[in-house]
Design a protein around this ligand. Structure first.
Ligand SMILES: Cc1ncc(COP(=O)(O)O)c(C=O)c1O
Length: 375
């Protein structure tokens, strides 16, 4: 692609061309430290989800802060992060295609690898791939804890875990239960989130009883996201937390009403945009939904009392909410993406800044290494 000159380390943030995906590294580091401190105070393992950032650099910061490894959702994400030096990966999703399983089984020769399963066929195919590769993979049986997406009924956990154990000669080890409730993360009221996770815990307990009936000990229950981890903690059932979005705190998460006593995170991911057209009634910025994902709604406008309206793929339309005047032609406007994961996936790299958005400097450009890792 014929490129405009990229930002250089040391450039003032003011000089970063728009639209740009900007990571406020100081804020991200504070978020990483806050979550790591929380997990350690509660005696829980932390395995952040890398689907949010898709970046080996950010994964390494999480590991340095105490994470035991990271989660990924796709085989190709696992490969991209392993190539970036991450050595402990959990694919927290079902993989059924033999070609992908073969690649993952080979990957297990160079990193510690775990995978979720929710079917006998999944176990059978994984066992065949691992046997062929001569490697070892830790397997977590996924239980549907309320979302009605992947995961088997809790009563069936014991039978599937027995199938995993039976595949020990092929190289599978039983790692426990994967129990994540995606649908609970953005319930706005803490009481609603608490109730959903209370029910998830009941379902995990049924799964644990099913393991017991089959004479199987459960080494670990893993799950939880940014919206609910405080509730999983409270149940005493989960031993490992998988939050991802806390690194960035997107607009959708900021709209959650915080649970009393929950750690607070701050916005660390922005799309820098610029007013390219101004009309008294509205101002138009150069960042539409090619620059930020809108599946969870429009971005927030950071530090300004302005409404962002959808102007299509290349534009955003800013209008006043109150007395604050519209920005002028050429002004910078910082957008807080509605949903961080798919926003990151739209960009080749992060412009990583230190010293704040107003007066800071470009620290580095970090590639979004697992950008487009859909397979
Ligand atoms: C299995 C799993 N664990 C953890 C997460 C992290 O959730 P969040 O980004 O909401 O913290 C996700 C997000 O989709 C997920 O699918």
């Amino acid at each position: 692609m014929p490129a405009l000159p990229p930002p250089e380390p040391g450039d003032p943030v003011e000089a970063v061309d728009t639209p740009a995906l900007v990571l406020d590294l100081d804020a991200a580091e504070r978020n990483i430290a806050t979550m790591a401190g929380y997990a350690s105070r509660h005696g829980l393992l932390l395995r952040p989800h890398a689907k949010s950032h898709k970046s080996p650099e950010l994964a390494r910061l999480q590991l340095a802060a105490g994470a035991v490894g990271v989660c990924v959702q796709k085989a190709s994400e696992a490969l991209a992060l392993a190539d970036g030096g991450v050595e402990d990966l959990f694919v927290s999703n079902e993989v059924i295609a033999p070609a992908k399983l073969a690649a993952l089984a080979r990957l297990a020769g160079r990193v510690r690898l775990a995978l979720a399963v929710d079917s006998p066929l999944g176990v059978q195919r994984l066992a065949a791939a691992v046997r062929d590769a001569g490697t070892t993979v830790r397997v977590l049986v996924e239980v549907d804890v309320g979302q009605g997406r992947c995961g088997l009924a809790p009563e069936q956990a014991g039978v599937l875990a027995a199938a995993v154990l039976a595949a020990a000669p092929a190289g599978l080890t039983f790692g426990g239960l994967h129990a994540y409730h995606g649908g609970a993360q953005h319930l706005r009221a803490p009481a609603e989130r608490a109730a959903a996770i209370h029910d998830s815990a009941r379902r995990v307990t049924v799964a644990l009883e099913s393991l017991q009936r089959n004479g199987i000990r459960c080494p670990l229950v893993t799950g939880a996201g940014t919206g609910t981890f405080i509730h999983e903690t409270g149940t005493g059932v989960w031993g490992e937390l998988q939050p991802g979005s806390y690194v960035f705190l997107d607009r959708d998460y900021a709209d959650n009403e915080p649970a009393p006593g929950a750690p607070r995170f701050e916005h660390a991911l922005f799309v820098k945009s610029r007013v390219i057209s101004e009309h008294g009634t509205h101002a138009v910025v150069d960042a539409g939904h090619k620059a930020h994902a809108i599946d969870s709604g429009m971005p927030g406008v950071w530090g300004r009392d302005l409404e962002f309206g959808n102007g299509g793929d290349e534009h955003g339309i800013l209008t006043r909410r109150g007395a604050e005047p519209l920005p002028a032609l050429g002004d910078t406007v910082w957008l807080v993406p509605g949903h961080c994961d798919p926003t990151v996936n739209l960009h080749d790299s992060y412009v990583v800044v230190r010293g704040g958005l107003e007066h800071g400097k470009v620290h580095a450009l970090w590639p979004v290494a697992a950008r487009g890792a859909l397979r």
